[in-house]
Design a protein around this ligand. Structure first.
Ligand code: FMN
Length: 209
């Protein structure tokens, strides 16, 4: 099936800490044969390398994902856009992208989305999701948070976005950073309507360690 006819999801990576959440989410969606419309801000690109190492470059992204998460991550496809290209497909509501995730989302991009600024493709594509009443998942990361930052999350939620802070749970008894990333990626996939086994469902009791 052509990339255009498969379900497509936009993923935006911005310059907040938590690049591992972005790559885990990408790998999990690609494993589901999803077509990804990918946009990465300048600081998102920097954080990928700062937090994941020199191999985690955009140019090398799919081999990196396949190496880390398995060749199943080659089932889907990625279309990489420049954040400066406001004429890209996903800048228009006529494009059939069914949802968007900003993971991780910086406080700067959060502010831009909250106020409908559309200064770059990430902000514009998010604005399109809101106006078209499509699923927009924002994964903000900052601590502590200022009142303007909190208000910006409220504005986005009121406009229809799902606010999913990068707040991993510990009742699954994670042992590695990958376990923690699996949990956040699993929450994102659930919110997009995908079944997954990124973490075991809650059984009513903490699993024994
Ligand atoms: C190492 C590093 C870590 C950062 N972590 C965060 C963070 O967790 N949350 C945040 O809102 N900004 C963080 N920033 C600041 C943003 O990267 C900065 O505000 C940037 O302008 C965001 O732009 P963008 O939203 O276009 O990516 C960090 C910057 C650096 C260099």
């Amino acid at each position: 099936m052509s990339a255009e006819r498969r379900r497509s999801i936009a993923i935006a990576i911005t310059g907040a800490s938590g690049a591992i959440y972005a790559v885990r989410t990408l790998a999990a969606l690609l494993t589901e044969s999803i077509h990804i419309e990918l946009v990465v801000s300048d600081y998102g690109r920097r954080l990928l390398r700062d937090e994941l190492g020199d191999e985690a470059t955009l140019e090398n992204l799919q081999p990196y994902l396949a190496g880390k998460y398995g060749r199943e991550a080659e089932r889907g496809t990625i279309n990489l856009h420049s954040n400066r290209d406001l004429g890209a497909t996903i800048a228009s509501g006529s494009h059939g992208c069914s949802g968007m995730v900003i993971v991780p989302c910086s406080m700067k991009t959060l502010a831009g989305v909250a106020h409908g600024l559309s200064r770059n493709l990430i902000e514009r594509a998010a604005d399109v999701m809101l106006k078209e009443r499509r699923r927009l998942i924002i994964v903000p990361r900052e601590t502590p948070m200022s009142l303007p930052q909190l208000k910006n999350m409220v504005l986005c939620a009121e406009a229809g976005a799902m606010i999913m802070p990068a707040m991993p749970a510990f009742y699954q008894l994670p042992k590695t950073l990958d376990d923690i990333a699996d949990f956040m990626a699993g929450k994102i996939l659930s919110a997009l309507g995908f079944e997954h086994d990124l973490y075991p469902p809650w059984t009513g009791q903490v699993a024994s360690s």
